[in-house]
Design a protein around this ligand. Structure first.
Ligand SMILES: C[S@@+](CC[C@H](N)C(=O)[O-])C[C@H]1O[C@@H](n2cnc3c(N)ncnc32)[C@H](O)[C@@H]1O
Length: 334
């Protein structure tokens, strides 16, 4: 049975004035529901003294009552627990807290999100040719391997040995929505496969390239895990893309810190009217500056480009953004 707690009963038409006065007096109990009893309402309060009751009676005729005010079932937020909102992202059952996690943050996260079993924090930038990060363990199961679900597909990832970011999920879907089942897609920097598998699931033929042997291992595992067929190539995309010249309807170039170095093989791999999905890091005051590099690369091999789309994918540092530039490759002038 609901316990009886204190309240103030007042005629309905005076209810709002009394509620406001109770809030001003710091007496209104926000954790419980207002009760309605026909011509009157009862407002839950945390307590009342003579002086406050007197003030209320100057506004309306009130009666102090004890009634079964229902508790409002509000979920406690992480701000309620910590007094601030830490920056974190969740990959599978691992929470990555940035820049630095603590025991208190980890306990709050694990208490609020029962699916989080591990809390880690990065101790390096995304670095090196394979774009990996090192992490320190903060709490829970010491692990960096997990299974992440995105757009209905499962990805086994080791956060320390291959790149993966859930923050690109929306962008991956945007690209996949442009791909038809009859298309051939070349994913030049495939990682553990989040672009490749998503487009392959829609029936497209996909060649997925990555230079990192561990990324390739997970990529193959993930294809099996999701019952999706893709052709996996381990090695340098600049070399391997040559095997697919004039073939691809879509070329995905998700290597934002140096994609410009691979523009020529990417453009060559596209079939007439093929689309290149290019990613870069750029400053706020020059978000799409790489367009000039794209035009120059195309011109150097006698191709032309038509810009189709430019957009910010996410911010990744103060005043720096991960952007995408999509362009159609025009016919080769011989
Ligand atoms: C930013 S990650 C993107 C991974 C994946 N597309 C994703 O969205 O999660 C870039 C990937 O390119 C790979 N890579 C770097 N240089 C490469 C090269 N020259 N040839 C092929 N892959 C390369 C890295 O190993 C890494 O997995």
């Amino acid at each position: 049975m609901q316990d009886q707690t204190l309240g103030v009963r007042v005629e309905r038409h005076k209810g709002e004035a009394i509620r406001k006065a109770l809030v001003d007096l710091g007496l209104f109990d926000r954790s419980r529901r207002i009760r309605s009893t026909g011509s009157h309402i009862s407002l839950p309060i945390i307590g009342i003294d003579e002086e406050s009751a007197h003030q209320l009676r100057n506004i309306a005729e009130i009666e102090v009552v004890e009634e079964p005010f229902q508790i409002i079932d509000r979920r406690i937020s992480i701000e309620d627990m910590l007094g601030f909102r830490p920056s974190f992202e969740v990959v599978g059952d691992i929470a990555i807290v940035e820049p630095e996690g603590s025991e208190a943050i980890a306990s709050a996260l694990m208490a609020l999100h029962k699916s989080i079993k591990t809390v880690i924090s990065p101790i390096s930038e995304v670095e090196g040719e394979f774009r990996t990060r090192r992490f320190k363990h903060i709490a829970g199961i010491p692990q960096t391997i997990t299974i992440h679900k995105e757009h209905g597909l499962y990805y086994r990832v080791d956060l320390e040995s291959a790149y993966f970011s859930p923050r690109l999920g929306t962008e991956r879907l945007r690209v996949a929505n442009q791909v038809r089942s009859s298309d051939f897609v070349l994913d030049m920097f495939a990682g553990v496969g989040p672009f490749s598998l998503l487009v392959a699931k829609r029936g497209a033929r996909v060649v997925a390239i990555d230079k990192n042997p561990l990324a390739v291992r997970y990529l193959k595992e993930n294809a099996v895990l999701n019952k999706v067929e893709i052709e996996v190539q381990e090695g340098d995309a600049a070399e391997l893309a040559r095997l697919y010249e004039d073939q691809a309807n879509h070329v995905i170039m998700n290597l934002p810190h140096m994609a410009s170095k691979f523009l020529v093989p990417a453009i060559k791999a596209t079939k007439g009217s093929g689309i290149v999905h290019y990613y870069a890091f750029a400053p706020e005051d020059g978000l799409y500056k790489d367009i000039e590099l794209i035009k120059a690369a195309a011109q150097s091999i006698g191709s032309s480009i038509e810009l189709l789309y430019e957009g910010v994918v996410r911010s990744y540092a103060p005043k720096r953004y991960n952007v995408t530039i999509e362009f159609k490759v025009g016919k080769i002038i011989s």
